[in-house]
Write a new protein. Structure first.
Length: 323
């Protein structure tokens, strides 16, 4: 039997035997974090209506329209509570770690497996998103155990796929991704309204976008960057997560091959790395981070160290294109 399917059965059996299931996602959630977490919760609640299913995590102002999370305490994790974490590559990024290592942890993720923190680890780096993985998991459960998918779960999965593929424009969009999206549209949710709502931004974010276009800089041929200080964020009244949401706005720059946003968080500088071809996850790993080959995150501790990272980024681009 394919190993993926044996893991599906392991997860199914663990869900079936657990009376309480708490589902987590990563800090500063994006649409895929919301979509995968919420859809999995919907699937479990609909097909096991007697189970206590709880979704936790700090809400994102721009995405909380999808669903609301619950407040939990440490005591909620007692009595063999099952903990599932979606779309989270490494343990430190899990939002709301009130559980302990004594809890049974299931990791479901599509990032490179640098930290297999789960008792069960379902990792598929070929999937466009964790939400697509949840849909694949559901289809297996449907065929083998006659599981049903709710309209809300379909909407959440679609939102996650759309978010992580950049509206199906990024290279992680595969034929099976488009097939999944097409199948999801057979369910009863308002796709145009969903996309419109995901696109809505606040006036302060609209003004910050002008800051992005006016202040990005070219570091080297084909490499650009943006520095965002704490003073910048205070001026526009936005947080680091909102800054990160704009990282793809400069991808249309003529000749651009790789770029990053460097966001000052006080004791560290978070770096959001993006690429149109050269693999940049190795650079992210060098600077206390990781992620996908074309979309990663890193951390530096001074603007001088950011220059070192940009030197590495320029080198990777030169090596990739031979110039």
């Amino acid at each position: 039997m394919n190993n993926k399917y044996s893991i599906y059965d392991e997860i199914y059996n663990k869900i079936k035997e657990s009376s309480k299931i708490i589902i987590h996602r990563h800090e500063r959630p994006d649409p895929d974090a919301y979509g995968s977490q919420g859809a999995l919760g919907e699937i479990i609640k609909h097909n096991f209506p007697y189970k206590d299913v709880i979704l936790v995590g700090k809400e994102s102002p721009s995405l909380k329209f999808l669903f609301n999370t619950d407040e939990v305490e440490a005591k909620d994790y007692e009595n063999d509570t099952l903990v599932i974490i979606t779309d989270t590559a490494n343990f430190p990024r899990i939002d709301g770690k009130l559980f302990t290592r004594d809890n049974f942890l299931i990791k479901i993720d599509h990032h490179p497996p640098l930290d297999n923190y789960g008792s069960i680890n379902l990792v598929d780096t070929e999937s466009s998103s964790c939400s697509e993985m949840i849909y694949d998991f559901y289809k297996y459960l449907h065929e083998k155990y006659n599981f049903k998918l709710t309209d809300k779960a379909a909407e959440l999965i679609y939102a996650g796929i759309v978010g992580d593929t950049g509206r199906f424009l990024f290279p992680n969009t595969k034929p099976k991704t488009l097939k999944a999206a097409a199948e999801l549209l057979d369910y009863n949710f308002d796709m145009p309204k969903l996309i419109d709502t995901m696109d809505i931004i606040s006036e302060k974010m609209m003004r910050f976008r002008s800051f992005i276009f006016e202040n990005y800089d070219v570091y080297h041929d084909h490499v650009a960057f943006l520095k965002v200080t704490k003073a910048d964020m205070e001026k526009y009244e936005i947080d680091p997560g909102e800054v990160s949401s704009g990282v793809n706005l400069i991808r249309s720059l003529d000749g651009l091959k790789a770029w990053c946003f460097a966001i000052d968080e006080g004791n560290k500088i978070r770096v959001r790395l993006r690429s149109k071809g050269p693999f940049i996850n190795g650079i992210a790993e060098k600077y206390s981070g990781g992620g996908h080959p074309l979309a990663s995150g890193a951390t530096v501790y001074s603007w001088e160290e950011l220059d070192d990272l940009l030197d590495d980024l320029a080198r990777v681009v030169r090596d990739y294109y031979g110039s």
